[in-house]
Design a protein around this ligand. Sequence first.
Ligand code: NAP
Length: 313
Amino acid sequence: MPEWSVVIIGGGPAGLTAGLYSARAGLKTLLLEKMAAGGQATITSEVENYPGFPEGVSGPELGQLMEEQAKNFGAEIRYESVEKLIINGDTKIVKTTESEYETYTVILAMGAEPKKLGVPGEKEFTGLGVSYCATCDGPFYKGKHIMVVGGGDTAIEEALFLTRFASKVTVVHRRDELRATQILQKRAFENEKIEFIWDSVVEEIKGKNTIEEVIVRNKKTKEKSKVLVNGVFIAIGQKPLTDIVKGQVEMDENGYIITNERMETNLPGVFAVGDLRQKPLRQVVTAVADGAIASVSAYNYIEQIREKKSGRA
Ligand code: NAP
């Protein structure tokens, strides 16, 4: 019999909620996190769209509270990096750099990360003017000039969303036509607050305490220009952190794990939650819902195994 009932891989809001619900349901629950709990929420200075915090809550604080709550109900959290998932019938083995854990169920909650530009200033100003989430941080830029980098659906949707707050939104795209769908393009072209800098890439993000200017280089003319902005939203694609289960768990062409509404993957007893899952809205509020659903599904799966083993099914 496996030592664990549920092993959760990843300690963001989805994983921590799965931990809370699983432990609270009396399942022996282990959560493995490679860095620090809290997930992508911790890169947001203020979370204003998570219900229950009318004044907003800092991302790190929210992560810490979720971690505490999961632990209070008995979830065990270990800081180890997972390397491999081995399926052995009803038993799954989660191999980390340090150990191996046998379990009935696995909840994949490794999350996703925004692709980075990799330019000077990007890392230094993350959370201080550089953002990867317009829905999270847009309201902080009322009346300001914002730059959006990218030309896909996310970038254009974010640019449109940001016009609700900003006085001006400048989209910097590396080609002379957008990748985004026609309808979004049309809306963006018709929006008076949005302007475009074509064929251009960001070279450097500069400022003192916050962003003051961005150096942009035209790829065709090689000319460099200085754009004075208060914020830079980078939307050049997301990268789901699903490498450890590549080839095992069914994914879409972008590497997002495909589940049904019970968070079940193609592998019985393996569930996926949060940002690494193919879904329409990736936010803390949907991540925690995924975590709760997956725990109930894991509970039901374990019950079925127990019934099978006791010969009742
Ligand atoms: P995406 O479609 O991969 O677009 C990324 C954009 O960033 C592209 O315009 C790309 O330029 C640019 N880019 C990539 N790397 C870059 C770099 N290093 N420097 C500068 N620019 C760079 O990503 P996405 O917009 O996040 O969308 C991901 C998927 O979700 C897509 O399938 C999209 O349709 C879907 N989505 C759909 C909706 C919707 O239906 N409402 C909303 C959001 C996302 P190039 O064009 O030159 O490659």
